[in-house]
Write a protein that binds this ligand. Structure first.
Ligand code: HSE
Length: 321
């Protein structure tokens, strides 16, 4: 331990990254929202040993890969060092607050928090676009695709749309007043990789047209702040029907939420987290109870919360020990 501490050359910087919802109906791979709730924390400090070293992971039940080239936090930070600070060394400690395979952007949150902490520890001044590009490298390792729809809101916060993947372009959209989410994560895991592989390689033109129209309506609804229009827009006839089969109880849970007046109800990311939208906190609490009852009845009780749109990853402290 003494030798390790002797090589240490900087103070600890700690960053937090929030959970993120992605897809949001018709926005597969191009739409995401940062929400409040428990997220991931990463501490980083400069080290004399070049590269990114992962000192510890807590909160993952021992499930995450420890090898630097397979963990999203170290992959993202390794790419940061290669591109922007060649020869630099960083030690990282990861504390998982997000459940794995939940649809809440867990792999992306580790990368986002790690990058914000690393950016500060190395005294760099990388902007959101650079950090998002680096965080995508973590997603590539986690599920085989550098999808940006969790890491973009994970870094910039709010509601974002990604109109172009290569080169990456993203835009922040207005957040309607009184937008509340009931988020329920049933007690089962869905592998993002498997849930992506289950999707059709081709879709019919007529389905694509309906999908594109809804995505347009989604953006419009956010701009005019109309939650009923938002509900009309959050319909996904391409991805959701396939993934609904991977989540026990999902069809009944959605039907119950819609019956109870949810503005919309769908799967976040690859699932199993299911979100229902309400126009007030009180209504969101009612929807949360309904989702909980349905998933419990289906044999997959889990955990839920009521959330609103939040900021992206941020530095939470600089510690001098
Ligand atoms: N857009 C991605 C997917 C998000 O649905 O596969 C995964 O978190």
């Amino acid at each position: 331990m003494g030798a390790k501490e002797n090589r240490t050359t900087g103070p600890w910087f700690e960053a937090f990254a929030p959970p993120t919802l992605s897809n949001i109906g018709p926005g597969y791979d191009c739409f995401g929202i940062a929400v409040d709730g428990p997220g991931d924390r990463v501490r980083a400090r400069k080290s004399a040993t070049p590269g990114a070293q992962l000192r510890s992971i807590e909160g993952d039940g021992g499930k995450l890969p420890r090898e630097p080239e397979r963990n999203t936090a170290t992959v993202a930070v390794s790419r940061l060092i290669e591109r922007y600070a060649p020869g630099a060394g960083l030690e990282l400690e990861l504390h998982k607050g997000l459940p794995l395979g939940s649809g809440l952007g867990s792999s992306g949150a580790s990368a986002c928090a790690a990058l914000v902490a690393a950016n500060a520890a190395l005294g760099l001044d990388l902007g959101a676009h650079q950090l998002v590009e680096l965080a995508r490298e973590g997603e590539r390792v986690a599920c085989g695709a550098a999808h940006p729809d969790n890491v973009t809101p994970g870094i910039v916060g709010g509601i974002v749309m990604i109109p172009n993947l290569e080169p990456l372009r993203f835009v922040s959209l207005p957040v309607p007043k009184d937008l509340w989410f009931a988020l329920y994560t049933p007690g089962c895991e869905v592998s993002t990789k498997a849930a992506r592989e289950a999707l059709p390689a081709r879709v019919r033109l007529t389905d694509t047209v309906r999908h594109a129209s809804r995505l347009g309506l989604l953006v419009h609804a956010l701009h005019v702040g109309d939650l009923q229009l938002l509900g009309e827009a959050i319909v996904d006839e391409i991805v959701e029907p396939v993934r609904a089969t991977l989540i026990p109880g999902y069809p009944d849970a959605k039907a119950a939420a819609v019956e109870a007046g949810a503005i919309a109800c769908s799967i976040s990311g690859a699932g199993p987290t299911t979100f229902a939208i309400a126009g007030s906190e009180e209504r969101a609490i009612v929807l949360l109870e309904i989702l909980e009852e349905a998933f419990t009845h289906a044999g997959v009780p889990g955990k839920g919360r009521v959330s609103q749109v939040s900021e992206g990853a941020r530095l939470v402290s600089r510690r001098l020990h």
